[in-house]
Design a protein around this ligand. Structure first.
Ligand SMILES: [Zn+2]
Length: 344
């Protein structure tokens, strides 16, 4: 594909500090229990929302939220490799995600809670796409976490992910798949808000994650794992041994383990996609597949003063074709905005 686009370069201070060990997802149950159970029952009885031959392409808009604090780099190659992994995991659901153009730079805070991100980040949302904000730190209840997501029935939609999670492509793919799962209507496999799911499966339609082909799970962040294998001997209230799946994308196993989606999870995703998100873009051509990096500090420029700008331009075009670009520089002062155009 050959695209012509304009990129607004924003000059920012860059400063990197070490990154702490974040815990996993902080998405908390939010929703109407009665309605969710009714929808789950509807899915059980209809079982027709998914057609195995159809592939839905779903547009993502990715934001690199840069701050004047930690300002971790967004590792774009790991981001794309992670997306490839996530797409493998979502193949059984017939859903494939793609990024509209390249990640967009956004000046923001060093850390975000869920309420802060809804207030401060969602105004940047690109409509009819899933908006994912990669930030330096994510907080929930004073704990550093890996990320969170909105659910389909919420007014304001976004996903926020800690940039530290995309330092390797498996972890990047795991957390992306997990948060996209929430976005498309999945709960944690250990969810307890609607009741604790029993190992014998007798309450699987009304408790836990409301999904009957995911084994009961006690929350794998509490133990029982050797690598990505469950070796624990945890039991439920009946004394039955748990057999949770650490590979399931909605478990709390380490994000690099998350790689599997169940058949009924795939159906649930398709139910909410069709109900809430069928207007999402399946193609987008309004933003170029280019990345631009620069660590230029804010500049004070005087009339007639030459300036040197060092920019790294990258072509993220998946076809490895050449791309023609126009770069638009914006210099803002109190009175006016001056635009400069540089042709490649
Ligand atoms: Zn989660």
């Amino acid at each position: 594909m050959s695209r012509i686009g304009k990129i607004i370069i924003t000059a920012l201070f860059a400063c990197v500090v070490s990154h702490g060990n974040a815990q996993f997802c902080g998405t908390k149950f939010r929703g109407d229990v009665k309605q969710l159970r009714a929808e789950a029952a509807k899915m059980q009885h209809s079982r027709k929302s998914m057609k195995s031959s159809d592939i839905q392409y779903v547009a993502l808009t990715v934001f690199n939220v840069e701050s004047l604090g930690a300002n971790l780099p967004l590792e774009v190659d790991k981001l794309y490799e992670g997306l490839d992994f996530a797409n493998r995991y979502y193949a059984p659901a017939g859903i494939q995600f793609f990024i509209c153009g390249s990640p967009r730079s956004l000046l923001g805070n060093t850390s975000y809670t869920y309420s802060e991100s809804r207030r401060l980040l969602t105004p940047n949302n690109v409509s009819n796409t899933i908006n994912i904000y990669y930030v330096d730190e994510v907080f929930a209840a004073d704990l550093v976490i890996g990320g969170f997501s909105s659910f389909p029935w919420e007014q304001e939609q976004l996903i926020v992910i800690d940039k530290g999670f995309i330092s390797n492509s498996l972890s990047s793919g795991g957390i992306l798949a997990h948060e996209l799962g929430h976005h498309l209507g999945l709960f944690h496999t250990h969810e307890t808000f609607m009741g604790v799911e029993l190992v014998n499966g007798s309450n699987c339609e009304s408790a836990g994650d409301l999904i009957c082909d995911t084994n009961a799970d006690f929350n794998l962040s509490t133990g029982g794992l050797e690598g990505c294998n469950y070796v624990g001997n945890f039991v439920d209230v009946n004394g039955d041994l748990y057999n949770p799946d650490p590979r399931n994308i909605m478990s709390y196993a380490p994000s690099e383990c998350l790689s599997r989606i169940s058949e009924l999870q795939a159906e649930r995703i398709n139910f909410y996609y069709n109900q809430e998100f069928s207007g999402y873009l399946q193609d987008c051509d309004f933003y170029p597949d280019l990345s631009v990096d620069s660590d230029i500090a804010d500049l004070t420029i005087f009339s007639g003063q030459p300036i040197e700008l060092e920019l790294n331009l990258g072509n993220q075009n998946s076809n490895n074709e050449s791309v023609r670009a126009e770069i638009l520089f914006s210099i803002t002062n109190e009175d006016q905005v001056s635009n400069f155009l540089i042709h490649s």
